[in-house]
Design a protein around this ligand. Structure first.
Ligand code: G6P
Length: 598
């Protein structure tokens, strides 16, 4: 998502910051900015779009000699990607950059507004600098910063500079990465990732959560959990591509591991005081909805299929699902008072975009569930909800799918609540989901070892029922995208109507057997396959003696939590099989991340 760099030293600061931000470009961003504090002067620049735009804006600016500099690339979460919302955010004499989400920004903003503070941007970040300056009226800068940090809730990596104390960069870190680096020339660096630091410094500190402090030319003060900590530096690995992948072998693997954090971000600000909140939907009357159509391609289509079960079961709205390339030409009927929701990671998929245009022309109310703000689909739809997955580099979608599923599930709960249904159990499960997708080393190792048995055969069937049927489709898609082996997803009750004819020991069946949804039904379907000698890999929280292999998931209380854990297993299985086959995991043959042609 966003990127942060900071610097204290004598080198030319503008180019140092822009070059640092370039190293974080791979994370994706839609605007950028920088600020330099030297002597009495605080200079700042912001630009929408690529870093070149920022470089053009400050073409004639240079800053040599001892000073402070901070820079940021922003991926919009609160507020559009425009210059006002780009970081740094300014107060009267200070400015701040921030990654993450300040969960309680609304209450802080209201409190400050009552004190007469006015805000320019729609971001959560601006409250940080406003709160700091509010306290700095009566306190020293460091004390004001400390007080300010103690009031922030949520995820943040923050750098703040202020004319009130021209020698220090103030920093804070909780649940978002922040690294401090130093070199032999006594320069200090900050960054949200290793890559910008490589070549500039050899020694780093990866700050722990609940850390804050300040740095100057001669001093680094860190508090962790409110206790003063002696800074202990470690050696920085010097391989850039390794650094961009945070040490993972592939971007896809990194993205699988990121899912827990991403899902926490999806939920930020969306569940408050036991209530589900969607600011984007507050002016919509969703109680009277007669029908929902979900429309998408590829993995996003699978998210549509799975969430359709939830819209019907939980929100009790009639829901149908359309493949965008089919919808375009079928002359579909749009019922009044119906809602047309397109789902797209990129927001640029040609078929989905066209389907959206058609539905809109026919008078449907349209929503976009999308990962990229300002994309064509977001711009066209009446209303959009961002999935907050951050840039996804692996062509095969993982964290984007997870974020779509969680967002759609949350929307179904929002509608259910509007209609007065009890959503308590679902809400508990929704909140628990980020914990379910944490990758345990034991699980990953078990899947890695098992994968060697599944490298050949004449085909794979992924089977499941209910929401686990679309998940089976997605598991099969992941495997075929990455391994080039033939894989199909099937509703497990359908196997007996044809596909079972293929069953023999070289037909591999991956069975999704959730404890809390139709377990006995899936079990009988699996037994039918075992009787025909198919090789069975079962994924379940329960023991199942008849299967050839079993991947045990953790016991969960809700079937949707089982859904997300099984999703993780299927992603890791496709990854490990593909690695063993020597394929290019991040860029499988013949595939494109964003398909902008019909
Ligand atoms: C391509 C990608 C898939 C993706 C599909 C839809 O085929 O390879 O991973 O699911 O497009 O993309 P969208 O950006 O609309 O979700």
């Amino acid at each position: 998502m966003c990127g942060i760099v900071g610097y204290i030293g004598k080198k030319e600061k503008k180019s140092l910051i822009i070059n640092g931000l370039k190293e974080l470009e791979y994370r994706g961003y839609d605007s950028a900015g920088l600020a330099v504090l030297k002597d009495e002067e605080l200079s700042f620049f912001k630009a929408v779009g690529k870093l070149n735009n920022l470089a053009n804006k400050c073409e004639n600016f240079e800053s040599n000699g001892l000073g402070l500099a901070i820079g940021h690339t922003r991926w919009a979460t609160h507020g559009k990607p425009n210059e006002i919302n780009a970081h740094p955010h300014l107060g009267q004499y200070s400015c701040v950059i921030h990654n993450g989400i300040i969960e309680n920004y609304k209450e802080l903003k209201e409190k400050l507004e009552k004190e007469g503070v006015s805000f320019l941007s729609q971001t959560d970040t601006e409250v940080i600098v406003a709160l700091f300056e509010h306290y700095a009226k009566n306190l020293e800068a460091w004390q004001a910063f400390e007080k300010c940090v103690h009031e922030l809730r949520g995820a943040f990596a923050i750098l703040l500079i202020s004319k009130k104390d021209k020698e220090k960069i103030f920093f804070a870190k909780n649940a978002a990465p922040l690294i401090v680096g130093k070199n032999a020339q006594n320069e200090l660096f900050f960054s949200s990732g290793d890559a910008p630091l490589i070549g500039h410094c050899e020694d780093v500190i990866y700050l722990e959560d609940l850390s804050f402090g300040y740095a100057s030319k001669d001093e680094l003060t860190i508090y962790e959990n409110n206790k003063l900590k002696t800074p202990v530096f470690t050696k920085l690995p010097q391989d850039k591509s390794y650094a961009q992948k945070d040490g993972f072998r592939f971007f896809m693997e990194k993205e699988i591991y990121e899912q827990s954090r991403v899902l926490s971000e999806v939920l930020m600000g969306r569940v408050e005081g036991g209530e589900i909140v969607f600011d984007e939907l507050k002016d919509e009357n969703l109680k009277e909805l007669s029908e929902i159509t979900l429309c998408a391609c590829g993995t996003s289509y699978h998210a549509a299929l799975a969430s359709a079960y939830l819209f019907e079961r939980v929100a009790k709205v009639k829901t149908k699902v359309e493949i965008a390339s089919e919808f375009r030409y079928k002359d579909a009927l749009i019922t009044p008072n119906s809602l047309f929701i397109v789902i797209s990671q990129s927001g640029e998929t040609a078929d989905t975009l066209e389907a959206l245009k058609i539905a809109k022309q026919k008078g449907a109310k349209t929503f976009a569930i999308c990962n990229v703000d300002n994309s064509s689909i977001v711009r066209l739809a009446h209303l959009s909800i961002l999935t907050r997955a951050g840039i996804e580099k692996g062509v095969a979608s993982t964290k984007a799918f997870a974020s779509q599923m969680l967002t759609l599930w949350a929307i179904s709960l929002y509608i259910a609540k509007e209609k007065g249904f009890d959503i308590h159990e679902h809400l508990q499960a929704l909140l628990h989901t980020p914990n379910v997708v944490v990758v345990s080393p034991t699980l990953h190792e078990r899947i890695r070892r098992l994968s060697k048995r599944y490298l050949d055969g004449h085909g794979f069937f992924f089977i499941g029922r209910d929401v686990f049927y679309p998940l089976a489709l997605e598991g099969a898609l992941k495997l075929k995208e990455l391994s080039y082996l033939h894989a199909e997803g099937y509703a497990s009750g359908e196997m007996k109507h044809g596909p079972i004819a293929l069953a023999d020991s070289k037909l591999y069946t991956i069975a999704l057997m959730p404890q809390h949804l139709l377990y006995e039904k899936v079990k009988s379907n699996v037994e039918e396959l075992i009787a025909r000698d198919s090789t069975l890999l079962c994924i379940s929280a329960l023991d199942f003696d008849l299967s050839d292999d079993l991947i045990k998931i953790n016991p969960q209380k809700h079937y949707m939590n089982e859904f997300f854990e099984m999703m993780l297993v299927l992603q890791l299985l496709a990854l490990e099989i593909s690695i063993r086959l020597g394929n290019d995991v991040d860029m499988p043959r013949n595939l494109a991340k964003s398909v902008t042609v019909e």
